[in-house]
Ligand binder design. Sequence first.
Ligand code: NAD
Ligand code: WQD
Length: 381
Amino acid sequence: MQNLFFNTFFKLLITFIYRSKKNHHVIFLFLWLIRYQKSMKQKILITGGTGYIGSHTVVELINEGFEPIVVDNLSNSSADVLDNIEKITGTKPVFEQFDLTDKAKLDAFFEKYTNIKAIIHFAASKAVGESVEKPLLYYRNNLVSLMNLIDCQLKYGVSNIVFSSSCTVYGQPDVLPVTEKTSRKDAESPYANTKRVNEDILHDAIHANPQLNGISLRYFNPIGAHPSALIGELPLGVPQNLVPFITQTAAGLRGELKVFGNDYDTPDGSAIRDYINVVDLAKAHVVAIKRMLNGQSKANYEIFNLGTGNGYSVLEIVKGFEKATGVKLNYKIVDRRAGDIEKIWADTTYANNELGWKAEATLEETLLSAWKWEKNLRNIL
Ligand code: NAD
Ligand code: WQD
């Protein structure tokens, strides 16, 4: 609406300048208008924007001059995150609390916020173990949310979407490192299956509607926190993921870290992953958004691996944490965790070359940022 008004005004002004004899005032107004248009920020809908990766991406989008609009049902996050984003960036993002599976509310949202340029769809249920216990919850939440969003994209003319996918779609690959061309394996859990099916839904919807553009970003293992320690990962209850478990053990909340397995076919016997700094990951989303908005996509639907290209074992992470922080970790080796894969890391060549993006942070910096965040949460000096 705003843009329509200014475009019409712009055209009238140009006609006026053309016809005007004494035109210096008009030229002044013309230049002012160009400046105003340039300063108008592009609106990006961030679903799940108060969550772990979403909140870091909101910060990077604000830093790059976008106007993120956050939607979250707060099922796995808190609205306090918005105040902390304001402390970091000086801007408190617009926030709407509702559930994306509620189609009427999503429609009302798009009626209210016109001229959204793109969507980054983070919102999803993400606990692998819980998805085995409650598969329907996972299929309903993760699939219906995306389908509702795509329906609204078509109805309200929002062309661009970035989807949070996961390296979990590769399962245990036969060849390492994995490229985007590595074939996907049957999913190990309902959660993993929602990522696979959502990629297919997006692919097929874009194929049928060429006015749509989509990018699936397959994250490897996101860890760490913003260097300000004002935002980070906030697991509910006992953490399932390695790094939050490590920081909570170091903070004294957990008695001991269990290292799941030391009999894998890896140099030290513990499992290997590609751990990527969450701020680096967030920056890749800004690049993906700009790629679509600037018409640089090579196809209507694209896929990129987001990792560092380096694999670290669980024991290397434990030792790396101790070295970076000087805090000794109480840990013991136990049996393998059911459903875990042995080793995976990304081939990042395609993402690095095509996106012009590369993960920058060292493992040490990233582990330190996770510890700084945990200490800040627990008021540890
Ligand atoms: P998160 O739980 O911190 O953030 C997700 C947010 O979505 C939460 O704030 C939650 O309240 C919200 N949400 C969930 N369902 C919703 C719904 N129906 N309507 C509105 N809001 C809803 O998770 P995260 O770690 O930030 O992950 C973001 C995305 O990245 C997810 O799609 C996840 O599957 C994917 N991903 C995460 C990882 C990881 O290890 N963290 C790895 C690969 C992919
Ligand atoms: C990493 C390594 C564990 C905890 C999961 C999801 C995946 C993706 C990221 C979203 C493994 C070991 C862990 C502990 C341990 N999420 N570990 N002790 O399993 O690679 O991936 O999160 O898409 O889908 O499955 O990450 O952090 O749980 O584990 O030894 O207390 O640490 O066995 O080898 P994972 P993780």
